[in-house]
Unconditional design. Structure first.
Lengths: 353, 232
């Protein structure tokens, strides 16, 4: 292939060595392609966990929760502390994964309770006001939560005096070795964490789908998303439904933080709050504001493209390190030009269909 | 026994004084028509009763209980059903889900669905369709069905014939007549003939107050007594 390209245009072939050939290799090599595909699914699962709480809360309550990322960051720190305190690093694979899942559930519950306090004490007071008040409130809470965590990190010297803000110890010391490396399945190279992340992503989708479509509260949520005034007039206590949804959304944000703790690309650190907020917003907007189906599809889209970009960087088709970030925002820009209300957005309303 | 009693109700939209001292009552077992031109405050009266637009002054008693100050869902739980002007389906929910969303927490969903489909068989046939895909007449039936299964003791019915073909209006009228056998109704209806057919008593509203009232047997469609407040 390279020879053919060189024959056609020697200058181009010399300038971009191997690039065309590598791209063709990806799509002609099933194992390479499968490997990128699995990585895409794993990334999509993480994106889904980050964005799903945000989309649930926005869909029903029209609250743009800028503190969402801070909840994720707190989830990561709580999980990291628990992992260290329980000595997960010295457990075997089964023990450490089981403990990890217990911590995941515990963090979900803790952050859900924090979400209830946040909603009842602060958010609820501003429903009647223009959205800018809610944006300022949640943004303020986010900054407060970030600075509080920064103070705690400094006080307990978790960075061991290093300048780096990255609190990387839990990952390096606590992840089971079998999950840290890669393994081979039918000749396909797969990251140890990927099946684990995909499984939890599927569980998240199934859980939210079940809540929305098979439970009475889910029915109330979908009714309230369409017409909250009519829902009230039919006897639905929308305020309590709001609180339940805010609790679930906050719990999901925290659970996402637990997942990110072991992911080498994210890990536990204070800037995680802002770091997850940006892709979460992009996914919610691309999927269509408030649409859970849209969030799932947008997560898959962004996850797959992210995996492709990572692959392109790895095989040196591109050498620009922030290619994945660039790509995420390119998707946003293209979507806003082609279809501003997103893939599954409904004019003026959220949609949990 | 008096079921619903409004006493000197004043309601505002912002600075606009819409209801300027409304007094009316609905007794057990009767259908009461609320008549008047567009914009005199009929729908606002319903919104005030439901606490969707809470009155700033006055009292609204239902079964002897004060409604002013309650939340809308509590008014619904107390037993007041609303069949609003534009029907307000949850259009992306199925017909069945629309009915289920209207069932009070302690009641059986299966019984509610049975009652709804028995009253309007067409709804049973379309149970899994999105409510938004129903025709106008079918949506009105679904709106009435939601009121019927809501465990209500009073229905507030706003413009049920609006935008429907004459044949469908007859069906809807019959459905309301059947409903009124078991449920008292406070009805807003522009078609005077239909309103007088269904109701036992009437109130006439003008400029946010009640200006006339009486038994429907005392008046006819062409009566000057009604015409002066109803014609444009």
């Amino acid at each position: 292939m390279t020879g053919l390209t060189a024959a056609l245009d020697p200058a181009l072939a010399a300038g971009v060595p191997l690039s065309v050939g590598e791209v063709v290799d990806l799509f002609t090599s099933p194992t390479e392609f499968a490997s990128v595909f699995v990585e895409g699914l794993a990334k999509a699962s993480l994106y889904l966990m980050i964005a799903s709480g945000l989309t649930l809360i926005f869909g029903l309550m029209d609250v743009i929760n800028f503190a969402h990322g801070a909840f994720t960051m707190y989830g990561a720190y709580i999980a990291g502390t628990a992992v260290l305190a329980l000595g997960v690093g010295s457990m075997g694979l089964v023990g450490s994964v089981a403990t990890f899942l217990l911590i995941l559930v515990g963090v979900f519950v803790l952050l859900a309770v924090l979400g209830v306090v946040f909603e009842v004490a602060l958010i609820r007071r501003l429903y009647e006001y223009p959205p800018i008040y809610m944006i300022l409130l949640t943004f303020g809470v986010s900054i407060t939560m970030e600075e509080l965590m920064r103070m705690l990190v400094d006080y307990y010297n978790v960075n061991s005096g290093r300048e780096a803000i990255d609190w990387s110890i839990p990952r390096d010391e606590t992840i089971p070795e079998s999950l840290d490396g890669t393994f081979n399945l039918l000749g396909v190279s797969i990251g140890g964490l990927h099946p684990f992340q995909i499984l939890l992503g599927i569980l998240t989708v199934a859980g939210i789908w079940y809540f929305l479509n098979e439970t009475r509260y889910g029915l109330f949520v979908r009714a309230g998303v369409e017409d909250d005034e009519m829902a009230r007039a039919l006897g639905i206590n929308i305020n309590r439904t709001f609180t339940v949804v805010f609790a679930i959304g906050s719990g999901l944000a925290g659970a996402a933080g637990v997942m990110l703790m072991w992911s080498p690309l994210w890990r536990v650190n204070v800037p995680l709050a802002l770091g997850v907020l940006l892709p979460a917003f992009v996914i919610v907007i691309v999927g269509g504001l408030g649409s859970f189906k849209g969030t799932v599809v947008a997560s898959l889209l962004v996850g797959m493209l992210d995996a492709l970009a990572t692959w392109a960087f790895r095989v040196e088709v591109v050498t620009f390190t922030d290619i994945d970030q660039l790509l995420i925002f390119a998707i946003l820009v293209v979507m806003l030009i082609l279809q501003p209300r997103g893939l599954f957005g409904v004019e003026g309303q959220g949609d949990h269909g | 026994m008096t079921l619903l009693e409004l006493d000197d109700v004043h309601t505002y939209y912002g600075q606009s004084h819409i209801l300027q001292g409304v007094d009316l009552s609905v007794e057990e077992g009767e259908v009461v028509a609320l008549l008047g031109r567009n914009g005199v405050g009929k729908t606002t009266t319903f919104r005030s009763i439901l606490q969707l637009t809470p009155p700033r002054q006055g009292s609204i008693q239902f079964k002897g209980e004060e409604l002013v100050g309650k939340d809308t869902y509590e008014v619904a739980d107390a037993g007041i059903g609303w069949i609003p002007e534009d029907r307000r389906m949850f259009s992306r929910l199925s017909v069945e889900e629309n009915v289920r969303a209207s069932v009070p927490g302690d009641a059986s969903e299966a019984e509610a669905l049975e009652l709804a489909y028995e009253t309007f068989p067409i709804l049973g046939e379309r149970a899994d369709q999105r409510a938004g895909d129903l025709s106008g007449g079918q949506q009105q039936m679904l709106a009435i069905a939601r009121g019927l299964v809501g465990g209500n003791d009073l229905l507030l019915v706003d413009e049920p014939s609006e935008g429907l073909a004459p044949k469908i209006v007859t069906d809807v009228g019959e459905a309301l007549l059947a409903a009124s056998e078991s449920l008292p109704i406070l009805l807003v209806e522009q078609k005077l003939g239909l309103a007088l057919d269904l109701a036992d008593r009437f109130y006439v509203m003008d400029h946010g107050t009640i200006v006339d009232s009486g038994k429907t047997s005392e008046v006819s469609v062409d009566d000057e007594r009604l015409r002066r407040y109803l014609s444009a």
